[in-house]
Design a protein around this ligand. Sequence first.
Ligand SMILES: *Cc1c(COP(=O)(O)O)cnc(C)c1O
Length: 429
Amino acid sequence: MTNLINKEIDTLNMPDDKGFFGEYGGSFVPEQLQRVMDDVTTEYEKAAEDPDFIQQLADLNEHYTGRPSPVFYARNLSREIGGAQIYLKREDLNHTGAHKINHCLGEVLLAKRMGKKKVIAETGAGQHGVALATAAALLGLECDIYMGEIDVMKEAPNVSRMKILGAKVIPVKSGTRTLKDAVDAAFKAYLEDPVTQIYCIGSVVGPHPFPMMVRDFQSVIGVEARRQIVSMTGRLPDNVVACVGGGSNAMGIFSAFIDDKDVNLYGVEPAGMGLESGSHAASLTMGSPGLLHGFKTIMIQDDKGQPLPVYSIASGLDYPGTGPQHCFLHDIKRVEYTTITDREAVEAFYALSRMEGIIPALESSHAVAYAVKLAQSLDKDKTILVNLSGRGDKDIDFVMHNYPLVEYEPEENSQNRYKEFLSHIGGRK
Ligand SMILES: *Cc1c(COP(=O)(O)O)cnc(C)c1O
């Protein structure tokens, strides 16, 4: 890659000069912070065209993260479903176990280039915090991580990882004590000192240039996956599926296929306990336009425009808004946004573990569950590329405790040893 920003070829990938994708995005922040955002934009645009910066990032991606991550043909799962063929982009194999390291290395490299001493961020599942703490340790910057108190309890191993890596973890006790409140707290801290520190946003959200910049850093997923699946199957995939929290892993893979009109793109939002229950975080499916954390989005909100509490079994998907590019792609219908419930995600979590020996993150399990549903409705000659955004080690205790395996395990001597693992998401063709 010679330039992180592909202005010429990506007709749907570029925001306007003010950072708007259609009517979404932009930058709605206090004046003092706007000056800082302008600095970040200027410096990023220089970095994105600087061969040294691009080479440094490419070296880290290869030698530190272990890129390219493979694409794996999920033969057993595909055979069991009896429909389309499922391929997995293995972001779970990255150093630190998820896609987030891709943008953290980029953000911390940029922070260094700008002469910052400290990086700060929010985290939900702890994945962004761990990835940022990792990049900060490697590149020698201080790191403060804001995390909702509930998530601190739920994701204890990631809290320990961050501390071991030298980051300071600051529990946030306000509101629902989850991701949204952590973002609020991190923004507040940033406002107090926007000079020596820089806020490294954990997804394609927040004020311009973050949605574009984080997307560019994540686009390595799509660039690789496109080449890999073409070499494996001889053509582009028919469908690409990714889970959507803020939307960074999805934009990372979608960006490479966005101009290929024959490739169907699916973003999977968390339906939690069911859309009708009110306990979900399906922002695009159930939300309306509004302002959140310095950008215009489609969000779950009350009649005063305040974000409402949202919920998903997957902490990383637990956010009331979505990245502006997703909102735009939603409105122009280039991407279809669908939902998967907690229970369906857990079933996919167990199914992929048992059938392929891959334990997916609960976030990624949403994408796998939707791919299973989609595969059933398609013929065997169709393909589905799933972005497996992360590994499930962080979730195993929580799942075993709350969704005991005995409920899914087939009967002894059962004709089909996998039957129960797919019962809710639709069995087979
Ligand atoms: C954080 C996280 C997500 C959700 O974030 P996006 O910005 O929507 O990609 C998905 N999967 C994993 C494994 C995560 O850690």
